[in-house]
Ligand binder design. Sequence first.
Ligand code: ADP
Ligand code: MG
Length: 266
Amino acid sequence: MKKMIEVMDLTKTFGTYKAVDNITFEVDSGEIFGLVGPNGAGKTTTIRMLTTLLTPTSGRGLIGGYDIIRQAREVRRLIGYVPQMLSVDGSLTGYENLLLFARLYDVPSSECDGRIREVLSFLGLEDAANSLVKTYSGGMIRKLEIGQAMLHSPRVLFLDEPTVGLDPVARRNVWNHIKSLRETYNTTILVTTHYMDEAESMCNRLAIMHLGRISGIGTPEELKRRTGKDNATLEDAFAYFTGAPMETGGTLRDTLRVRRTARRLG
Ligand SMILES: Nc1ncnc2c1ncn2[C@@H]1O[C@H](COP(=O)(O)OP(=O)(O)O)[C@@H](O)[C@H]1O
Ligand SMILES: [Mg+2]
């Protein structure tokens, strides 16, 4: 199985604070790999380094064999990125938002319309294509953001907390699309979440992250089994590997984010 993401001793220091502390992991082609941990664990900082947006302090990262520092341009051609913050413009339609990103990602102009139609149909957003995005629900916005990141058919897709602030139905819907991205296009997916239930049901393998470190890697089943407890949950595994309870985390922050989103779109 071809390795699509290889991370070796990757570290990022802000001042004296190690936001990401010597992490090592690998993701195979076609896997859905989850980085799970509470707010502040270092998930976003890790994604920013792997997407070439932030320079590592030390260590290495390879995407499709290309070095994230020395071959950043090649890496950018292989990846899509759905950031934690809002990446859509509420005053444009869904179609117009996708067209902007198609240009940004250098999709040839003769292919833009076809590609946008394909993405809209994949995400079930055809009927909303010509509506202003400020009229979209949170779940539709998230799907459009996934659409923006898949226009250029990336081999590897990074999604940072794709379901935060969504209701349970919208969360399941977004996850179903992430799964079918992998099934339809064999896209390798690295996703972060602090929802343990989602991580468990949606990811092939997980890395448990806490205070910048990865303390356990494996399938959800393996991680639970290694606690030695009968009927262990993934929360139990988190506590076992980190020595800290997994707080649900981020409620206030999530609320603020959702409100900010509403204000910016409104
Ligand atoms: N640009 C920055 N400058 C200083 N500290 C930062 C910066 N970005 C992140 N941090 C800190 O690094 C830690 C990890 O943050 P982050 O990667 O956003 O975690 P997560 O995404 O898991 O919530 C946090 O303590 C955060 O405050
Ligand atoms: Mg984050």
